[in-house]
Design a protein around this ligand. Structure first.
Ligand code: FAD
Length: 479
């Protein structure tokens, strides 16, 4: 235990029995579990589970006074485990689970600990046709997902989560609670913070304590998957998606391999605002005799039904190591050359692996790259290659494969560098521009204004303007 956390925590306004856990016991292990053994050595000295804004303020004050590392955990899905820290304080938001749906304004105000699953279920109880632009995995936390941009199956029609975010409340390192929105009444600094919150990524500027999201009344959607027994036909169908689809059709594609030596299989998840017939015609040649999927289950569904079937993706059901590398590709970038490189990389994967993209573009691309902190608006395919393994002795082989994928595919990304902050990695050279493009300098100015002491820090955290880099590491590092 870190000696500076011992003892008089109640003096900081925190009642230790109910709120604070030290590093032993099942509750502690449950709170730090993120489903990835790669980061199992990150053990905060103390976990605080606030139930109110006042308790969040007390936790910040306590960590600041003792100069302790401080991290925030909502859904715990940070791909590189940045909700954890070693020896500091972890703010675990799992007890902040309230939300209020206001049908008059078609908004929902949700506390910072909510995960998409409970929000989708709550919306469906009011009206099964209501959705927000939330993440596709039901266990992801709203906090991390929205702060990095937020991609939904319907984002080509309705934009990213940040594009329909109405307001947030943020607690700064000074314990000040700021109410931010698109209101003209905000002063310039506050407008800058509102800009930065939308795409700057979690863990940088403060604890966002609540989010107000727009609700969309979409009616039944067509959602389902298509799969092919034969990889070549799947890859020819990928060419149809690459050539461009209308904004009311989205196709997420995934190459999967079950393990070393196993064949690579291809699958797509399709979503569409309309009927099954209009969906099939929107997919053009994909349903022609030449390209037809071996199996498909396109059907009109409410979003919550799809969400129900999607729960098998839950990474918390696996006790495994995994790592990933990410890319954002522009329209028509999934060329035959790129596809053949993906095929070779998948064939060479030493363990279970996937290459997957979320289909964006359309409404997401209609926003100016500098209008919010999410810079890569020109992107059409937000991709990630993942590798999973079960034995720590395979770590270096699997991490080497991930590095090979990164080296091979980054030249095809926007400006030969773009990647998505919500698909965050271990530190690598040039990460600032890779995640934020030309918006990084403005993000640094906002950081200097609202957190000059760098209280909210982690290896890929935005650096204040005059700070020396605290993440100069290059390449992928398993530690
Ligand atoms: C299986 C899976 C599926 C995914 N699907 C999608 C998808 O469909 N669309 C998409 O856009 N992304 C998706 N993601 C990426 C996901 O959005 C990011 O990993 C996101 O950061 C996770 O948020 P979290 O709250 O669950 O994670 P956490 O690890 O709890 O938090 C992520 C980061 O945000 C910080 N943070 C958490 N809460 C707050 C807060 N209240 N205030 C300030 N900072 C905070 C944390 O410190 C950490 O740095 C997926 C990830 C996984 C693992």
């Amino acid at each position: 235990m870190n000696p500076s956390i011992d003892g008089d925590i109640a003096g900081g306004g925190l009642q230790s029995d109910e709120l604070i856990m030290f590093s032993d016991g099942i509750q502690y292990d449950k709170a730090i579990f993120i489903g990835n053994e790669l980061y199992a050595d990150r053990r905060p000295a103390c976990i605080i589970q606030p139930r109110s804004i006042a308790e969040i303020a007390a936790a910040i004050a306590m960590a600041k006074e003792r100069s302790l590392d401080f991290s925030i955990k909502c859904g715990g899905h940070s791909y590189a485990g940045y909700c954890l820290n070693n020896g500091g304080v972890m703010l675990d938001l799992s007890l902040m689970q309230g939300f209020e749906i206001d049908e008059a304004s078609m908004t929902v105000r949700a506390d910072c600990g909510v995960r998409w699953l409970s929000l989708y279920e709550g919306l469906a109880r009011v009206n099964p046709n209501y959705i927000v632009m939330g993440g596709i995995c039901p266990d992801v936390g709203i906090s991390g997902a929205v702060l990095g941009g937020g991609i939904n199956l319907m984002s080509r029609t309705f934009g990213l989560a940040i594009d329909s975010l109405q307001a947030v409340s943020v607690m700064t390192a000074d314990g000040e609670l700021l109410e931010l929105s698109g209101s003209d009444d905000l002063d310039e600094d506050m407008k800058d913070l509102w800009w930065a919150i939308r795409g700057g990524g979690g863990g940088n500027f403060g604890v966002v304590v609540s989010f107000t999201l727009q609700i969309f009344d979409v009616g039944p959607l067509v959602i389902g998957s298509l799969s092919w027994d034969d990889l070549e036909t799947f890859e020819n169908a990928v060419a149809v998606v690459n050539a461009g689809l209308s904004r009311d059709v989205a196709v997420d594609a995934v190459w999967t391999k079950a393990g070393p030596g196993a064949p690579t299989a291809g699958r797509m998840t399709v979503s569409h605002l309309g009927t099954v017939a209009s969906c099939k015609s929107g997919l053009g040649d994909i349903f022609s005799e030449r390209l037809a999927p071996t199996q498909y289950d396109l059907a009109a569904r409410v979003f919550a039904e799809w969400d129900e079937s999607n729960r098998i993706w839950d990474p918390f059901s696996h006790d495994t190591f995994f790592y990933h590398v990410g890319f954002i590709f522009g329209p028509r970038s999934i060329t035959p050359d790129l596809v053949s490189i993906i095929r070779e990389l998948m064939a060479a994967a030493p363990s279970r692996s996937t290459f997957h993209w979320n289909h964006v573009g359309a409404a997401c691309s209609e926003v100016d790259p500098e209008a919010t902190a999410y810079y890569w608006r020109a992107g059409e395919f937000v991709a990630t290659a993942k590798i999973y393994w079960y034995d720590g002795s395979d770590t270096s082989t699997c991490m080497e494969w991930a590095q090979r994928v990164k080296d091979a595919l980054t030249p095809f990304a926007l400006e030969a560098k773009a990647t998505y902050i919500n698909y965050i990695e271990n530190p690598f050279a040039g990460w600032q521009e890779a995640y934020y493009g030309r918006n990084y300098a403005r993000l640094q100015r906002v950081k200097s204004r609202f957190d000059p002491g760098n209280f909210f820090r982690f290896p890929l955290g935005i650096e204040a303007q005059d700070a020396t880099s605290h993440s100069a590491a290059t390449g992928i590092d398993a530690t």
